[in-house]
Design a protein around this ligand. Structure first.
Ligand code: BGN
Length: 287
């Protein structure tokens, strides 16, 4: 009994392909702050499939989406994330599964690596069409901001403005927060660098990988509020000390051998929960 087999229950192929019903979308909304328990959250969404997969009823989504959320020590953010993001994605009639990739103690947090692990593990479970990497503190405000990938040479960054930067991007090449890659696109850039332990710069690093591959960044309409995002507040994380040096000296030289193809980790546990699939992973910082 594997989740992928369970997900094949019921023959979806007879259903018509879903059209997004733009009238059923709510548009931009304030984030709902909640201190609900996970159990009460689960009871809000009784019809999820094993491992937290959601599928629309009555139609078949065009794409299967994995949402990869790197995680450590942010229980309250995770609950807020689930509370706000799941209803929006359901209104978009997405076929999606959230993967919470939690880094075990013993090494500094490495967000790039957690995203790489999420990709590598999720693709073993299902044949996803699109991977959306989403920080647990980054919540999209508008359900018209459809969670989907760009075509071929176009990486879709789903953010045009961030609340704490006056609803702008901090700088034009920012690709943090929420970003979508097809499996082909993610492999082409060799995923994220594994070098950045602690906070910062791994997103800038992948920007240069995208640029090196001569792919472009697309975003929702910059003249509307559709791409606006709220952030959940937290104490500042320790920063990667030499991130400027790593970013500028190493990226172009080593990105073809630092990333998905050099990723080393140990999966300690996979939990197929009601609202997400939990991947608990340890990495060796000194390797
Ligand atoms: C930047 C960080 C990003 C982060 C954004 C938004 C760096 C490296 C500079 C060379 N980049 O400053 O990682 O997503 O802020 O907070 O620190």
């Amino acid at each position: 009994y594997t989740p992928s087999r369970a997900n094949q229950e019921g023959n979806d192929t007879n259903l018509p392909v879903c059209d997004i019903d733009y009238k059923a979308l709510k548009g931009r909304e304030n984030i709902t702050m909640t201190s609900q328990s996970l159990i009460s959250l689960e009871s809000m969404f009784p019809d999820s499939h094993v491992g937290g997969r959601f599928k629309p009823s009555g139609c078949r989504s065009k794409y299967k989406i994995a949402v990869i959320v790197p995680f450590r020590d942010r229980d309250s953010h995770l609950k807020m994330y689930l509370r706000n993001v799941i209803p929006k994605l359901r209104r978009q009639k997405a076929d999606f599964t959230i993967y919470v990739v939690e880094q075990a103690p013993g090494s500094h947090f490495n967000r790039g690596m957690m995203r790489n692990v999420g990709f590598a593990e999720a693709i073993k479970i299902e044949d996803y069409d699109c991977f959306i990497f989403n920080d647990v503190d980054s919540i999209f405000e508008d359900d018209r901001n459809i969670f989907r990938c760009g075509r071929e040479n176009s990486i879709r960054h789903l953010v045009t403005g961030v609340d704490v930067f006056k609803y702008r991007l901090k700088y034009s090449i920012l690709v943090g927060g929420i970003i979508a890659f097809t499996p082909e696109q993610f492999r082409r850039v060799n995923g994220y660098s594994n070098f950045y332990f602690d906070w910062g710069a791994e997103d800038d690093d992948i920007y240069y990988r995208i640029q090196r591959e001569k792919m472009k960044i697309e975003r929702p309409d910059e003249n509307s509020t559709i791409g606006f995002m709220s952030t959940l507040q937290h104490a500042r994380d320790p920063e990667v000390k030499y991130r400027f040096d790593i970013l500028y000296s190493r990226n172009n030289v080593t990105s073809h051998k630092d990333g998905l193809n050099s990723l080393k980790y140990t999966v300690k546990m996979i939990g197929y929960k009601k609202l997400f699939t939990w991947i608990y992973v340890s990495v060796d910082e000194n390797e």
